[in-house]
Design a protein around this ligand. Structure first.
Ligand code: DON
Length: 430
């Protein structure tokens, strides 16, 4: 069978292809002369599979798409407190190169605008690194997200640094507020090198997939940054990643995202997929025109908006029935699916509203594929309270889905492989 996803991607690329609106970034010749016909889209799944269509192996500079990844490196290298003391997490609602600083502290509003990203660059790696060491830390970190060694485009770097007047102005403002403590020009130099790293849409999709996969690169298996860092980064991408278009993006597309002036655009859908598109013409916000259209299509065609309401937790309780009769009757609460807080609440409610009259009660987890920590604690508390009110409680758990099934504090459960085992009359020989 032909793979389905590349065919779908090719169809959507075909639909947006005729749109020639927008202009490539014009502030340096290397970007202004970019080939505007390039168009590609890639999906990286969390098992490392990549589906793509169009120009997904053409290299271009990462630019601002480096920002969330270097923010992740700084958070893991220096800790949350040190980074938050220097860079906030509030959307600025302004352009990416606006000097958006808090009026009293001089702290940049967020790490996705240039003021924040320049500061974040200075926080990557250990404090005592020299500038070259810091750039190497950034390059190594970005490479770990991509799962291959990346390199820099020296021509783009040289041209950018020649035209970096605005970023230098921002950096000097940051230095005057002591947000930057080192030489402002050196930090801009490092940040400009960071923006000049070459990637393909395939790389970017894998980098986004690493975020979607809780910080573990799906190809290399390397845990690039801790889970808590990923949550922080995705949250900031959601509220600030698309600059002054973040509100429209958040409502219409609803995927944590980041754009770059070379035409790249990424989205990371937690637990599902990393997406990247490449098309150099930009809109007034500095976001790729056809990239935005592609993401709008992906989100609506496939229901990828993160605020899409998940299937009702009601479905967690598959049935509530009795097996056998008389003193050996077994009350079975048959559960299914993945259980989180709301699903576990459904089971608690059932046990409270319809208290079992049978002595033997089983929670049947045979059709359950995951139980998160809060659900685990709630289900064990049901078991504990049932024990205390005189029930014999069974956990039907043939695949040991429930970790450490000990309710503690007077509770007791007997773990069995099947409902039949729990239903066997007490004292009967099998
Ligand atoms: O800092 C700059 O101006 C560029 N090197 C990167 C800006 C960028 O990619 C903005 N994103 N759309």
């Amino acid at each position: 069978m032909r793979p389905i996803i590349p065919d779908y991607l090719a169809e959507v690329l075909g639909d947006v292809e005729p749109d020639a609106s927008g202009e490539p970034a014009g502030y340096i010749p290397e970007l202004a002369t970019a080939d505007t016909k390039y168009l590609g889209a890639a999906f990286a799944m969390l098992d490392g599979e990549v589906y793509g269509s169009g120009d997904i192996d053409i290299e271009f500079t990462i630019q601002s798409i480096s920002k969330p990844f270097v923010y992740a490196l700084a958070l893991s290298d220096r800790g949350f407190d040190s980074v938050l003391a220097k860079v906030g997490v509030e959307p600025s609602g302004e352009a990416f190169n606006e000097i958006s600083l808090e009026s009293d502290t001089g702290r940049p509003l967020n790490p996705m605008i240039n003021a924040g990203a320049i500061t974040v660059h200075s926080l990557a790696g250990a404090e005592d690194l020299d500038p070259a060491g810091r750039v190497e830390r950034v390059l190594r970190g970005l490479s770990a997200f991509a799962g291959r060694r990346l390199k820099m485009d020296e021509a783009v770097y040289a041209s950018e640094i020649e035209h970096a007047h605005r970023n230098l102005a921002i950096a000097h403002m940051l230095r005057s507020h002591d947000i930057l403590t080192g030489d402002a020009r050196t930090v801009v130099d490092g940040y400009t090198r960071q923006c000049s790293v070459l990637v393909t849409a395939r790389d970017l999709a894998m980098m986004a997939a690493t975020l979607a996969n809780r910080g573990m690169n799906p190809l290399s298996g390397e845990q690039v940054v801790p889970e808590a860092v990923v949550r922080q980064v995705l949250s900031v991408m959601f509220s600030c990643g698309m600059y002054d278009a973040a509100g429209d993006w958040g409502t219409q597309v609803g995927i944590p995202a980041k754009s770059g002036v070379a035409g790249g655009l990424i989205g990371a859908l937690p637990g599902q997929v990393g997406i990247a598109t490449f098309s150099p013409r930009l809109d007034v916000h500095g976001n790729s025109v056809r990239g935005v259209s592609l993401f709008e299509r992906f989100s609506s065609d496939m229901g990828l908006h993160v605020m899409e309401v998940p299937p009702a937790a009601l479905a967690v309780l598959r049935s509530n029935h009795v097996v056998g009769s008389g003193p050996n009757a077994l009350r079975v609460l048959e559960l299914q699916g993945g259980i989180g807080f709301a699903g576990a609440e459904r089971v608690v409610k059932e046990a409270v509203d319809n208290p079992p009259s049978e002595v033997k009660v089983a929670l049947d987890l045979t059709r359950v594929y995951s139980i998160d920590d809060v659900a685990r604690r709630m289900l064990l508390e049901i078991a504990r309270r049932l024990t205390l009110s005189g029930h014999d409680v069974y956990l039907v758990d043939p695949e040991s889905i429930m970790k450490d099934p000990d309710p503690g504090d007077g509770g007791r459960v007997t773990v069995v492989d099947s409902v039949d085992q729990a239903a066997i009359p007490m004292g009967a020989v099998q």
